[in-house]
Design a protein. Sequence first.
Length: 567
Amino acid sequence: MLWSKLFIPTLRENPAEAEVVSHQLLLRAGYVRQLAAGIYSYLFLAQRSLNKIIAIVREEMDAIGGQEMLLPALHPAELWQESGRWDVMGANLFHVKDRFQRDLCLGMTHEEVMTSIARGELRSYKQLPQIWYQIQTKFRDEPRPKSGLLRVRQFIMKDSYTFDLDAAGLDIAYDKHHQAYCRIFDRCGLSYVTVEAHSGAMGGSQSHEFMIASDAGEDYVAVCAQCGYAANLEKAVSRATAAATADPEGDLTPEKFQTPGRKTIAEVAEFTGLPESSQIKSLAMVADGKPVLALLRGDHQLSETKFAAAMGAQEIRPAHPAEMQTWLGAAAGSLGPVGVTGMPVIADAALQGRRNLICGANEDDYHLRHVTPGEDFQAQCHDLRQVAAGDTCATCGAPLEVRKTIELGHIFKLGYKYSDSMGLRVLDAGGKEARVIMGSYGIGIERILAAAIEQHHDKDGMTLPAPIAPFTVVVTPVNSAEAAQREAAGRIYRECLAAGLDALLDDRDERPGVKFKDADLIGIPFRITVGKKLAGGMVELVTRRDKQSRDVPVGEAAAAVAGLAHA
RNA sequence: CGGGGCGUAGCGCAGCCUGGUAGCGCACCUGCCUUGGGCGCAGGGGGUCGGGCGUUCAAAUCGCCCCGCCCCGACCA
């Protein structure tokens, strides 16, 4: 295409509202414009890039037997009420009313619609398994859209849904998706990690997330470089580092001592001269409206996800100061488990086997020493601790890293949640009704683009992987006033097209600097510069990533790019 | 939803404190010039100063209310 005819509104400066790199570059390079918070228009360049990403996703989904469909974005409320998610999703679901005041919503995923199709049509085990997918716009009323395309209210997702007769069938479908996702992210030029994930409100027995490391992300994952263990921090397990000081021996009796003004673990550690790991951290929590005391080693953090799971609770929160005073008789900083009745006490596994520790006395400005779990108080034991960097891997013992990541894809074994609640059953070989087991598998299309930019950029702009760049090569005559350069550039451009390359001819009447800067900014992987060396029959082939330039004969330029692009 | 910041030309900003004809840079248009990293000269177009109400002879500027956007937190298959 001819650049002079295209709408590529590049900006010289960064728009003030953009914070993360991908957002800044998407705006500067003229890929997107914002319409409202979390709602973007995808201009020409973004659309080309997204189309390439979608084509890759589609090919890989088709390769595992997926059947593409196009489903409604508008869903009747009844559908979501059947599955129970109308209430569960609450305000995150975009609600709409039609002219007759009927409730509808804009679909944030399509489990309900897919299941409603399946239950009307799938009758026999012979029709299973099925893999159905769709690539389309979804909506979420995010409480806080942010970071450009990374957290938005309207976005394109590839979602697929599988229907199987039994768990073994689901395992196969799940595995196929796992492998397809690896191929998709590989082809998009992303380096990613697959992590065990928390299934959250989706339920189900197993789920994995596909993450790429980035400071722009919002999820943390724990990764073991040695054995490959990787899990979302919500779910990760590890062996805690040893306590900094050995516990005092002996069967000592709890003893109250004064700790005036010492509220935090760190203050008490300093006051007593004993490390934080010699204390019991006592957190007054409220799980589904009921008080609970959660105990951890002093230097450990509570994982709210694990805590909620241990309590079987939907909603958890820290107790308010007044509640602590009523239930325990002291303020945060002086709480402890000794003598607590009337509320469950649960303790993290790292407290097991410890002796003679320090904890709050449930009296302001007092603590207890010589407190031994199991003797001086009783508590249910659970894994409650959030993994921290430096913990050792539970599998192999190597130190774990914690990385900030962006979630690009998530695969779930759903189980029977939707087929049961919405009545999807088929007849099995024996003629009896059988339940259908489902899986669901999502990929955020825009997130692939944003993540690729986060991962591939430099001071001049994007350095996109060729398979997802909007164009593969740009042909740039340095001085378009010179007929020889103009003609040679045009010829090379046509040869590129003939070679099957996505080529762009920068025929604008601009100074060379402008053309180079723009090409760098929008991240075209290859540039053929037609300039002075044309007199000697040569042009320059520049690769965007490493800025390496080499001279090639005019007649071989297109073939040279084709060779590199398909390498 | 809590905390913070911002809203003046397409983009980046000054002006506001101390009320008095709305400015700068970039971008854009015309002409000349120039052509290997966002060139130079000359001329020009473009503004409900986020919105409403109020104070005042007079409001971008002061007061009140509202809206929008960004950041932190809460939230987040």
